[in-house]
Design a protein around this ligand. Structure first.
Ligand code: FES
Length: 308
C-alpha cells in the first residue's frame, strides 16, 4: 500500500493526504497509521540521542533513511524507558524528595490519609490538592511542592490537575469562598439577583464575579457565579466555604456576609451542614444508614402516594 505524506498540523497544507483512489484531500488531518514510516535525520540514523533525539514511538530501522513508527504499547519496558529519557528535557522538574521540603505535619497527614484510599497513589491528586487549598487558602506553588513531595510525583503533575478544575485556585483569592449558582433552576428563582446582592455585600465586582469570579478589595471574600452546583431542589442557593445554603432570599446575602465578618456561624437555619459541596468536608454518617447498619429495619417501602 502506498505511503502517504505526513500532514502539517497547522497552516494550509500544500499537499494533503491521498485517498485510496489517489485523489488528494487538501488540508484534511487524519490519524497517523501505526506502521507509517517517517524520514529521520542523520543524527537519528546514527543513534545520536542529541537535539534531534528519539522521536515518540520511533523504533528500529526500516529501509535506508526511514524508521518505523510503532505504537508505544508495542515497546518493551527498556525501549519505553529509553523513549521517556529521550523526551525528557535536561532541565525537567524532578520529583522533590520529602527531606528537601518542609511539609506541615497536619497537611502531610491528610495527604497520606488520602493516598491510603486509592490503589494508585496518583489518584489521590484531587484530595491532596483540596488539603493544600484548605491549608494554604489556595493551591500555592509551595503547597503543591509539599504535596508532590509527599506523593512522590512532580509538582507539574499536580499543577496540571489544579489548573484543570475551577474549584481549585492557583492564585490567592479571598478568604471566604462564596459560589452563587446562576444555572437554570437558580436563575429562574432569582440567582442573578442573589449574586448581585452578594457582590454588594462583599464589595466584589458583580460583573467579574459573574464571569469567572472576583475577590473583594479587602481580601476577605471570593465571589463567583457558578453553574450548576447540583442542588437545584433548593434554588436559589449558594455554597459558602464549602457548605450549601438555600433556598436563599436576597436579604440573606448581607446577613451571611456580616456573620462571616464577625466570625459567626452563617445562616444556620438555611445550611445543609450535612450535605457538603463537591469534595467538601466529610459528611457525618446519615443517621438512617447508621440505624440500618446497627440492625434496624431496612429502607421503608415507598409511600402509596407515589401512585403505584
Ligand atoms: S441550577 Fe442551581 S443548583 Fe442546579
Amino acid at each position: 500500500m502506498a505511503k502517504t505524506p505526513r500532514t502539517p498540523l497547522s497552516g494550509s497544507a500544500p499537499e494533503g493526504p491521498v485517498s485510496d483512489t489517489g485523489e488528494e484531500r487538501q488540508g484534511e488531518l487524519r490519524p497517523k497509521a501505526h506502521s507509517e514510516q517517517i524520514p529521520v535525520t542523520s543524527s537519528q540514523r546514527s543513534g545520536d540521542p542529541g537535539s534531534a533525539g528519539i522521536r515518540p514511538g520511533v523504533t528500529g530501522s526500516g529501509r535506508d533513511g526511514v524508521r518505523e513508527m510503532r505504537p508505544t504499547d508495542d515497546l518493551t519496558a527498556a525501549q519505553r524507558r529509553e523513549l521517556i529519557a529521550g523526551m525528557t528535557p535536561e532541565d525537567a522538574e524532578r520529583v522533590p524528595e520529602l527531606h528537601e521540603v518542609e511539609v506541615p505535619a497536619e497537611l502531610q497527614e491528610r495527604i497520606e490519609h488520602a493516598m491510603g484510599r486509592y490503589p494508585q497513589l496518583r489518584s489521590a491528586a484531587i484530595p491532596a490538592l483540596w488539603a493544600v487549598q484548605r491549608h494554604h487558602g489556595w493551591c500555592s506553588p509551595e503547597g503543591i511542592r509539599q504535596a508532590a513531595a509527599v506523593m512522590g510525583v512532580t509538582p507539574g503533575y499536580l499543577e496540571g490537575v489544579a489548573s484543570f478544575y475551577d474549584l481549585f485556585h492557583t492564585n490567592p483569592e479571598g478568604r471566604h469562598r462564596v459560589l452563587v449558582c446562576h444555572n437554570i433552576s437558580c436563575w429562574m428563582n432569582g440567582g442573578d439577583a442573589l449574586l448581585e446582592a452578594f457582590a454588594e455585600a462583599t464589595g466584589a465586582d458583580a460583573g467579574e464575579a459573574g464571569h469567572g469570579g472576583a475577590s473583594s478589595t479587602d481580601g476577605e471574600f471570593y465571589l463567583q457565579g457558578f453553574e450548576c452546583l447540583g442542588a437545584c431542589d433548593m434554588a436559589p442557593m449558594a455554597s459558602i466555604d464549602e457548605i450549601y445554603f438555600g433556598p436563599l432570599e436576597l436579604a440573606d446575602a448581607a446577613t451571611a456576609v456580616e456573620q462571616m465578618r464577625a466570625g459567626e456561624k452563617v445562616l444556620e437555619d438555611k445550611a445543609l451542614g450535612k450535605r457538603p459541596a463537591a469534595a467538601g468536608p466529610e459528611p457525618e454518617p446519615d443517621p438512617r444508614m447508621a440505624k440500618v447498619e446497627n440492625g434496624g429495619p431496612a429502607a421503608q417501602p415507598q409511600e402509596a402516594s407515589d401512585g403505584a
